[in-house]
Design a protein around this ligand. Structure first.
Ligand code: ZN
Length: 197
């Protein structure tokens, strides 16, 4: 059996963006830290995990259901911005101009990875468009192969409904990630969105 410190390194390495070196640095930092600091970190992680759930309407991560966007009377309910992850919601919020609702797909279509139509929240999106409240669906999936395929699929799916479907404008580099786009770029991309046909 590996020793506890090595096991901690292995666990940390499983986190996104943490390579072997960073994992080791973090592990040693934690072992050398004060007991109470480590305790607080562990408790914070567990508390955040327990308190955060997906909104039953838009699937955004939130401590409340419906989430703060779905529950707000200040949001424009005639617009739904479709994104891949909850992190993208935060990114678009930070860009500041968008005041509509969201829909988190929890992924993007990717036949290679076995992610099909049933695996992302498309059925739920269609359900939300049943009444006449929503006038425009803004597709803000990533500008990579999966994100573009997903955008096209949604545009085709919505064509018979007559709901206006727009795609956020270029400016986010091809292959890029909405989550990491800077605020000015993202704000412009939402503002200059184009209708999909
Ligand atoms: Zn919500």
């Amino acid at each position: 059996m590996t020793n506890p410190l090595e096991r901690l390194v292995e666990e940390l390495r499983r986190l996104p963006g943490v390579g072997a070196k960073s994992a080791r640095r973090l592990a040693y930092h934690l072992i050398e830290a004060e007991q109470e600091d480590v305790q607080r970190l562990v408790e914070t992680i567990v508390a955040a995990k327990e308190a955060t759930h997906r909104c039953s309407q838009c699937f955004n991560l939130s401590a409340q259901d419906p989430c703060e966007f779905c529950a707000s009377s200040k949001r424009d309910k005639s617009m739904i911005c479709v994104v891949e992850t909850s992190r993208d919601v935060i990114a678009i919020e930070r860009s500041g101009d968008y005041k509509g609702l969201y829909h988190v797909l929890e992924g993007a279509l990717s036949p290679i990875d076995g992610v099909g139509v049933e695996d992302i929240r498309l059925k739920e999106l269609m359900m939300r468009l049943q009444d006449d409240t929503v006038q425009e669906v803004i597709i803000a999936t990533d500008p990579d192969v999966e994100g573009e395929a997903t955008a096209l699929y949604i545009a085709r799916l919505l064509q018979p409904t007559g709901i206006k479907v727009t795609r956020i404008a270029r400016g986010i580099p091809v292959g890029g990630d909405i989550e990491y786009a800077d605020e000015v770029t993202l704000s412009g991309a939402v503002l200059h969105r184009q209708e999909m046909r």
